[in-house]
Write a protein that binds this ligand. Structure first.
Ligand code: GDP
Length: 364
């Protein structure tokens, strides 16, 4: 599955947000409860209204949403890259995530201490980014030193790694994150395998006060401009509101949201933003037994999409029977779609589309 790491300076609202995300009724969807893998790892159901509509039409007995994992990576402070605080262990945690949700304090509250003694989310973002850049520089130097012997042996893979590491090093020494390096298609895989911290896409989470939840504020506007300049994304959330929602029953939560002038919980927006950032999409399998959502990367071909369900589906792939979501709804289900000629047979080169209802045929 896909993993998002929640980072940020101390006291910006990370734990509040993480707890709300993983305890909310939506996250605990039906018969697939939220499970705690470790205290700081939460497996959250991805909310998707389409799945409920499909299940209603097919009279599915079970609804199984797709999942996204959030990791609360606390302890990142100034000096983390030098092993201060609990630094290094946390940097190792960040290495393993697909994207970073960077929580920024955009609320004022005299009772909550700010580590730097002032509210300045853009400066905070730079503090954390600097630590990540320093950590990358350090690991690059170590890795390049380790490659020296292999390079003398004319090892092609080592040459590629060293060339990419050198490009990243140059960028970082210029004071910019490694994600600014332009990488060719041929190098894309090796580049990703370097697992540099500053190549991970970043979603800035502006934690605003309850009053500002619907509108944002001056602080979140500054973050929005910074994110746009960097090509990163941002969302506005009030961790306090999310915490309160997580304690309510779904219909109470709906009323509470309305009172706050919000259309949907922050969880939904956060996950959607994460999906966009990671270029993820959802396809469905629907039948009387269950309606289920599956996550793929945008552009995934039918056999690899089948492989998300089971490796054998990919290996023995013959073809897929596909109904677009809108057709499935308009034709009131599979039978109707078939009769209307909306069920397509698709082969190995079919690019699965967001919302497709899929049925895979395969050899065992
Ligand atoms: P972390 O250190 O980043 O995990 O921060 P916490 O989630 O533990 O929050 C630190 C403190 O800030 C706690 O006392 C929270 O209740 C408080 N806090 C979090 N979000 C908000 C907010 O949006 N507004 C206000 N006023 N306080 C908040």
């Amino acid at each position: 599955g896909f993993k998002m790491g929640i980072v940020g300076l101390p006291n910006v609202g990370k734990s509040t947000l993480f707890n709300a995300l993983t305890k909310t009724a939506a996250a605990q969807a039906a018969n697939f409860p939220f499970c705690t893998i470790e205290p700081n790892v939460g497996d959250v159901a991805v909310p998707d209204a389409r799945l409920d509509k499909l299940a209603a039409i097919a009279k599915s007995r079970q609804i199984i949403p797709t999942r996204m994992t959030f990791v609360d990576i606390a302890g990142l402070v100034k000096g983390a890259s030098k092993g201060e605080g609990l630094g290094n262990q946390f940097l190792a945690n960040i290495r393993e995530v697909d994207a970073i949700a960077h929580v920024l304090r955009c609320f004022e509250d005299g009772d909550v201490t700010h580590v730097e003694g002032r509210v300045d989310p853009v400066a905070d973002a730079e503090t954390i980014e600097t630590e990540l850049m320093l950590a990358d520089l350090e690991s690059i130097e170590k890795r390049r030193a380790n490659l020296v012997r292999k390079l003398k042996g004319n090892d092609k893979e080592a040459q590629q790694q060293d060339r990419l590491l050198a490009a990243a090093q140059q960028m970082l020494e210029d004071g910019k994150p490694a994600r600014m390096v332009e990488v060719s298609d041929e190098d894309a895989k090796a580049w990703k395998n370097l697992q540099l911290l500053t190549t991970k896409p970043v979603l800035y989470v502006c934690n605003v006060s309850e009053e500002d939840a619907a509108t944002g504020n001056e602080y979140s506007e500054r973050v929005a401009r910074m994110a746009a300049d960097q090509g990163n994304a941002h969302v506005i959330i009030s961790a306090k509101i999310e915490e309160e929602i997580s304690l309510l029953e779904p219909d109470e939560a709906q009323m509470f949201l309305q009172e706050m002038g919000l259309e949907e919980p922050g969880l939904d927006r956060l996950i959607r933003a994460g999906y966009d950032l990671l270029k993820l999409e959802t396809y469905f399998t629907v039948g009387p037994k269950e309606a289920r959502a599956w996550t793929i990367r945008r552009g995934t071909l039918a056999p690899q999409a089948a492989g998300v369900i089971h490796g054998d589906f990919e290996k023995g792939f013959i073809r897929a029977e596909t109904i677009a979501y809108d057709d499935y709804i308009a034709c009131n289900g599979e039978q109707g779609a078939k009769e209307a000629g909306k069920m397509r047979a698709e082969g190995k080169s079919y690019v699965v589309k967001d919302g497709d209802v899929m049925h895979f045929l395969f050899n065992t």
